[in-house]
Design a protein around this ligand. Structure first.
Ligand code: 13P
Length: 257
């Protein structure tokens, strides 16, 4: 049995206004029993505008669901119109922040250096980064998947202390599997997550590599989660589309039952 506590995270992306967010969070809470959280962490990552409302319902009902965000700026404050800082998220009891999602990299020009700065900002505010990596279809077909992901992981973790790396989460999300219904086979997902762990071992040592949690993301559904979670190096899932529906997401979180 792994020492790593699995983490199932729902990345809502740009879906659900704050009224919908409250309903979805409450439904998810009702669908999950106490035993579903035994040895499994569950987090939801609503848009910024929902965070305060979701934090309030989680707190009022003492839910075991952890609150997460989808992004932050690397600076603490300043003239960065439209941005939100890590300390602002920490004040809202946000526990986990996704950084370097492939949509941020592809659509908003985030580089490995920016991702690295955000990882450090999240850690400095005592939150846990979920640092994303993943290759495009062209890179996979060219046989470059491992090299691409290794360079993202090296870049994202540069200068991060080994004990901080140990407490982080890294999400391996092949871009060709995101929102396409085309999941990586559990063997491919396992091989890539093992490759990520060996890069972590290289840059932060074996103790950190043993502790870091590695999620798989990309068309995770109630029907494929159990098989993915049975793989030795897969410690959780980062779920997009299927996390929007509380029934589906609850089934994914309760993958052991
Ligand atoms: P889907 O689960 O919709 O493929 O999205 C995956 C993802 O990008 C989660 O961050």
């Amino acid at each position: 049995m792994s020492r790593r506590t699995p983490l199932i995270s729902g990345n809502w992306k740009m879906h659900h206004n704050h009224f919908e967010a409250i309903q979805v969070t409450q439904k998810l809470h009702y669908r999950l029993g106490d035993h579903d959280y035994d040895g499994v962490g569950v987090s939801i990552h609503p848009p910024f505008t929902d965070l305060r409302s979701v934090q309030t319902v989680i707190g009022a009902d003492r839910m075991k669901i952890a609150l997460g965000a989808q992004n932050c700026h690397a600076e603490e404050k300043g003239a960065f119109t439209g941005e939100v800082s890590a300390p602002m998220l920490a004040k809202l009891e946000v526990a986990l922040v996704i950084v370097g999602h492939s949509e941020r990299r592809q659509l908003f020009g985030e580089t490995d250096d920016m991702v690295n700065a955000k990882v450090k900002a999240v850690l400095a505010s005592a939150m846990t980064p979920i640092m994303c990596c993943g290759e495009t279809l062209e890179e996979r077909e060219a046989g470059d998947a491992e090299a691409k992901v290794a360079s993202q992981v090296r870049g994202g973790l540069a200068g991060v202390a080994a004990d901080s790396v140990a407490n982080m989460v890294i999400a391996y999300e092949p871009i060709w599997a995101i929102g396409t219904g085309r999941t990586a086979t559990s063997e491919d997902a396992q091989a890539m997550c093992a490759a990520v762990r060996s890069v972590v071992s290289e840059v932060a040592g074996t103790a950190a590599a043993d502790c870091v949690r590695i999620q798989y993301g990309g068309s995770v559904k109630p029907g494929n989660i159990a098989e993915l979670m049975s793989q030795a190096d897969i410690d959780g899932a980062l779920v997009g589309g299927a996390s929007l529906d509380p029934d589906d997401f609850a089934s994914i979180c309760a993958y052991r039952s």
